[in-house]
Design a protein around this ligand. Structure first.
Ligand code: DCP
Ligand code: MG
Length: 365
């Protein structure tokens, strides 16, 4: 097939063990040691935000309860997060990206897509730009990043994860279709656990299997996202790198296997959902003023309730307790509930900024 269809050069950059690496850089006594950011040393409550590569050797991972981390490695050192330090490092990596392109889409504090099709410095090679960015991050910030370089967002993101830490992976036009054919279906964008299971039960395990389906067949089985799978397996991902995308809310929700009717069960679910929301906020470096609870009943009626605070927060306890209060006020006992969700909005001060001729864009600071 013609390779002319690939007209863009995309880099995805993701910092290595981000919070833990900042801690090791700023506290030399932690270098070479198994450390965990987040959680608590007593193993009471709390989950791991991230673990140093030394701690990962013991099997410690993000979102793992601290108790489990301690079982896996009794010598692990727990460190209280310093979000201001991570935010500062994040601002600096964005400044480095800005030397090469204006089209930057941050996904979290430590991760961004860059469209370098038109590179500011006229370097000409996306691979060379990625090398220079990695070097600048190493020399100026004393941190390491992994980069994926390709012709679209999807492949660049997968590539950045392939040779971590300090990786640099290029998947160019001639390699892309072969690469997609070998990819397990669960790695496809938007394929969740349920869809992956369905695919496997149909004998679809890799991109090559998906490629055998026609567009009609794939959408018939998997609905609207089917079209995206159809294209991506052929190396096509038209999603643009969106500079200055505004984050309006961050949340999580869960649809239950059976309708919940007791308040205790609902509260237990809110505990889990609140932890995910707090983690996501912390990962994105965001704090909000408004907490919203969403409830969907068994008849699919949806209601939302919210509460706003004067202080910005991404505190787990506040999110959890507020969600429970909001739930309680709906007199939930006995009301068959199929979904609960929590979100935060009303983020930090937003400052109007003129972006590419549009004055209505907002950027978060
Ligand atoms: N984070 C978090 N909770 C999670 C996942 C991540 O608080 N469940 C935070 C801590 C991480 C940062 O976000 O340092 C970036 O997340 P990554 O998924 O990129 O993980 P790391 O950068 O820590 O490790 P890796 O080298 O695998 O990218
Ligand atoms: Mg990372």
């Amino acid at each position: 097939m013609s390779q002319q269809k690939y007209t863009r050069k995309i880099i995805h950059i993701d910092m290595d063990a981000f919070y833990a690496s900042v801690e090791q850089r700023d506290n030399p006594e932690y270098v070479g040691k198994p450390i965990v950011v987040g959680g608590s040393p007593e193993g009471r409550g709390g989950v791991v935000a991230t673990a140093s590569y030394e701690a990962r050797k013991f099997g410690i991972r993000s979102a793992m309860p601290s108790k489990r981390a301690l079982q896996l490695c009794p010598d692990v050192i727990f460190i209280r997060p310093r979000f201001a330090a991570y935010k500062e490092a994040s601002n600096k990596i964005r400044e480095i990206f800005g030397r090469y392109t204006d089209i930057i889409e941050p996904l979290s504090l430590d991760e961004a897509y860059l469209d370098v099709t038109k590179d500011k410095q006229g370097i000409g090679s996306a691979l060379e730009i990625a090398k220079q960015i990695k070097n600048a991050i190493r020399n100026e910030l004393h941190l390491t990043a992994s980069a994926g370089v390709s012709v679209n967002k999807f492949v660049a993101k997968i590539a950045s994860d392939m040779n971590k830490p300090d990786g640099l992976t290029f998947i160019g036009p001639s390699a892309i279709e072969h690469f997609m054919e070998g990819l397990p279906v669960e790695k496809f964008f938007g394929v969740g656990k349920v869809t992956a299971e369905k695919m496997k039960s149909m004998g679809l395990h890799t991109g090559a299997d998906l490629k055998k389906l026609s567009l009609d067949e794939i959408t018939e089985h998997f609905g609207k996202p089917g079209k995206f799978y159809y294209q991506i397996v052929r190396g096509i991902d038209e999603r643009e790198v969106q500079a200055h995308r505004e984050t309006k809310s961050v949340g999580a929700e869960d649809t239950f296997a059976y309708d919940l009717t007791s308040r205790d069960e609902m509260n237990a679910e809110l505990d889990k959902i609140a932890s995910i929301v707090a983690e996501r906020l912390q990962k994105h470096g965001l704090k909000g003023r408004t907490i919203t609870l969403k409830i969907k009943y068994s008849d699919f009626k949806v209601i939302t309730r919210n509460k706003s605070f004067t202080q910005l927060s991404n505190d787990l306890e506040l999110i959890r307790d507020t969600a429970k209060q909001l739930l309680n006020a709906t007199e939930p006992e006995g009301k068959a509930t199929r979904l609960l969700g929590i979100s935060l909005s009303n983020f930090e001060e937003v400052v109007s900024k003129k972006v590419r001729g549009r004055s209505d864009q907002l950027e978060l600071f």
